[in-house]
Design a protein around this ligand. Structure first.
Ligand code: BGC
Length: 765
């Protein structure tokens, strides 16, 4: 392919770096062009009008739970299966690159696009995002890891600068990207709209080349977010390969002009063209390897196989566009998967008096418009045209047995309240409407609409057995709901089969196992970025640093409404025999989980770690591992082995610009949420020995902490104390007082320059 490229003129090579139109690359020889499209929770294949805001229609495709829902499963194996299905639909619709997953950290609950992202935690985000990439790519479709990087707000997103210190940038905002690039190897990465510390992502050589390719070994295509490039030549110089959407060609001409003017190396143009050509070859080879199948079949053990047999429809003809037979053949099977996945995403937030599961045969008053017009996905570029949509009311009726199920929208309150009073139980659907949250803008508050809370108050007064079902993309203030309703189910957004999934969980056909992937605060004012969101004058200061999500609430010992990782079950679990052992890979944790209740169910186990005597600022605890048990029968146990990877224990050492696993004692918790710590153990880990070079600018304290420098200084101080005539003055307190003085300044206090130079030399040996 590269040799073919060398036959092309500079103008032709430059032209390969921009799209042919809104969704395709330019054709390269017989390999042809590629079709890219959104993503991430369904395929948005537009065959008519095109846009990047989800305004024009698209071909029907399965709408799986958006990331806000999917993340609550905490289950990479499930996410991978969804990824396989997405990949197969993409191929059936003639799509070669699916624009996802979105793995930006949910820094603030007001972020307008939080529904498209997984979590406030980088470990969870990284593991789920990697599973999505593996699933999609196993079907011969490229993933596009987005939005790289630090795109954590929608306000002013095409100009604003995310101003972040090195540690939070590395440890919180880049960590999931790094994990996914290194372990799941996405074929493309999409750079974000925003600037990072002043430099546009699309022009950021450090981000796109030094970090992504240099440190992480990325070997695919960097594609721009749609319209993110300000200066084509600058973006090519930074390492951006493909500018989307395609324009009139003026950008290509500027690239050629910049080469002619000597401001852009021709090699950079060649590298971008070669990467685009390489992607075409990679996609075609993967699709050819899958033969006549749509690929990505799930093995019985839940792991996807690259070449497994699939519901056999032909590979679509890319020249003639989507293949309707393909998507139709997948629709039924994928709707079932969407329902299974959605049920695994529904969090049981509370269940006082064991009101849930509902008993078939009892009368139910279903209330609220979301019961008949479900809110199941977010607005903007990820908006999918579903193959069908289950309504919760119909699905509840299907499982209700002989019990009467009535429905009232709640617009006539008295009627709704009377129906609730007359029934055995009320199920009240609350949440945010589509126009209250979307890509493109952030929310200003996290309140449920006031009229919904008034309805809830009246219904609970009339019917104490009231279950609330929540639909929303971003976190809500749930304190009023938690106080009023005895039982609360939170699905976030559940995709097209959410109605059936809710019925499954409400009636106990599925025992809920999902967990919150974000903390629900008591008030917006408690949130970590409250005073720094969405910033001003195109700058967002990430002033909370490392303390994002639960890291903040735990560090400040603040009460929350529902903690990160929280979720109940219709059964109970015991955690026993927690052990931890150091291995080359990190820490191997083992424990036994037993179903101690009366119903079958699965448990999500969370492993948090801390370094109590850390030399650097650290969260009180951070998630470093998790596992989902199999469905356990009552009384059954499962032994879990969970590896905490060294990369997840490390902090970013700003002085050496390296990752460091601190030597010392680690505390390890097995937990059912960040606040429900069930078992704890300690482990001494050898860690990395980091030697910070001792220079004239090192403080006396730093030098004394360094064995070599300390030995050399001991001699010097011996001499100084003699000359001062009073040895006691150089006791501990004196040293402590002096410990912040840089060595170079000691000359001002009488230290001989030559002796100081000797100390530095000795320290450097
Ligand atoms: C979004 C991307 C999306 C692209 C194409 C942009 O507005 O930020 O996530 O993939 O449009 O629709």
């Amino acid at each position: 392919m590269v040799s073919e490229l060398s036959d092309l003129s500079l103008a032709e090579r430059a032209a390969l770096g921009s799209g042919a139109d809104f969704w395709s690359t330019k054709a390269i020889g017989p390999a042809g062009s590629l079709v890219l499209t959104d993503g991430p929770h369904g395929v948005r294949r537009q065959t008519g009008a095109t846009d990047h805001l989800g305004l024009a229609g698209s071909e029907p495709a399965t709408c799986f739970p958006p990331a806000v829902g999917l993340a609550q499963s905490w289950d990479p194996a499930l996410v991978r299966r969804v990824g396989v299905a997405l990949g197969r639909e993409a191929r059936a619709l003639g799509v070669d690159v699916l624009l996802g997953p979105g793995v930006n950290i949910k820094r603030d609950p007001r972020g307008g696009r939080n529904f498209e992202y997984y979590s406030e935690d980088p470990y969870l985000t990284g593991r789920l995002g990697a599973a999505w990439v593996r699933g999609v790519q196993s079907a011969g479709v490229g993933a596009s890891l987005k939005h790289f990087a630090a795109n954590n707000a929608e306000h002013d997103r095409m100009r604003t600068s995310s101003d972040i210190d090195p540690r939070p940038l590395r440890e919180i905002y880049l960590r999931a990207f790094s994990h996914i690039v290194r372990t799941a190897k996405p074929w493309t990465v999409m750079c974000s709209y925003n600037r990072i510390n002043g430099v546009h992502a699309a022009h950021n050589r450090w981000l796109l080349t030094e970090l992504l390719r240099g440190e992480w070994g990325f070997d695919g295509v960097v594609v721009s977010d749609w319209g993110a490039v300000v200066d084509r030549a600058a973006s090519v110089a930074a390492g951006l390969d493909l500018t989307m959407p395609g324009g009139a060609g003026a950008g290509d001409e500027r690239v050629v002009a910049a080469v002619a003017a000597g401001t852009l190396p021709e090699a950079a143009v060649d590298a971008a063209a070669a990467n685009v050509a390489g992607l075409v070859a990679r996609v075609r080879a993967a699709q050819a390897a899958l033969g006549g199948t749509l690929g990505g079949h799930d093995a019985p053990d839940g792991r996807a196989e690259l070449n497994g047999a699939a519901a056999g429809s032909a590979v679509p003809d890319h020249a003639t566009g989507p293949n309707p037979t393909g998507i139709d053949a997948l629709a039924e099977e994928h709707h079932r998967l969407a329902r299974e996945a959605a049920a695994r995403c529904i969090v049981l937030l509370q269940n006082d008096r064991d009101i849930l599961p509902l008993t078939p045969g009892r009368s139910i008053a279903v209330l609220g418009t979301f019961a008949t017009e479900p809110r199941y996905q977010g607005g903007g570029s990820s908006h999918v045209t579903p193959t069908r949509v289950d309504t919760p009311l119909d699905e509840l009726r299907a499982l209700a047995g002989d019990g009467t199920v009535t429905h009232h929208s709640g617009s006539d309150r008295d009627e709704a309240v009377a129906a609730a009073a007359a029934a055995d139980v009320a199920v009240l659907f609350l949440g945010l409407a589509a126009d209250q949250e979307s890509e493109g803008f952030d929310r200003e508050h996290i309140e449920l609409p006031a009229d919904q809370l008034e309805l809830l108050t009246a219904v609970v007064r009339a019917q104490p057995d009231t279950v609330v079902v929540l639909s929303h993309g971003g976190v809500l203030r749930l304190e009023p709901v938690a106080c009023l309703a005895p039982a609360v189910l939170d699905g976030g957004l559940l995709g097209q089969a959410g109605g059936g999934a809710l019925a499954d969980v409400l009636f106990g056909a599925v025992n809920p196992s999902a967990r919150l992937a974000e903390t629900v605060p008591i008030r917006l004012q408690d949130t970590p970025a409250y005073l720094n969101f969405p910033g001003e004058n195109s700058h967002i200061r990430y002033g909370e640093g490392l303390f994002v999500g639960y890291r903040w609430y735990d560090a400040r010992d603040m009460d929350v409404c529902y903690p990160f990782g929280h979720g109940l079950s219709y059964t109970t679990f015991g955690y026993d025999g927690l052990t931890a052992e150091a291995t080359a890979a990190g820490i191997l944790v083992r424990l036994t989980v037993t179903n101690t209740g009366a119903r079958p169910g699965r448990e999500v186990v969370q492993i948090y770690t801390a370094v109590p005597d850390s030399a650097v600022v650290r969260p009180a605890r951070a998630l470093a591992g998790s596992a989902v048990t199999a469905e356990l029968e009552p009384g059954a146990s499962e032994q879990l082995s969970i590896t905490l990877a060294r990369e997840d224990l490390a902090y970013w050492e700003t002085r050496t610009e390296t990752w460091v696993v601190e030597p010392g004692r680690y505390r390890i918790w097995a937990a059912a949420s960040s606040r429900d710590l069930r078992a704890e153990t300690d482990l001494d880990l050898p860690g990395d020995v980091v030697r910070i070079p001792i220079t004239m600018d090192s403080t006396l304290g730093e030098a004394l902490a360094d064995p070599k420098a300390a030995a050399a200084l001991a001699e010097v101080f011996g001499g100084m104390t003699e000359s001062m005539g009073d040895g006691s003055a150089m006791g501990m307190d004196m040293l402590r007082m002096m410990s912040s003085i840089p060595l170079g300044r000691l000359t001002g206090f009488g230290m001989d320059e030559k002796r100081l130079a000797d100390v530095l030399e000795a320290a450097g040996e």
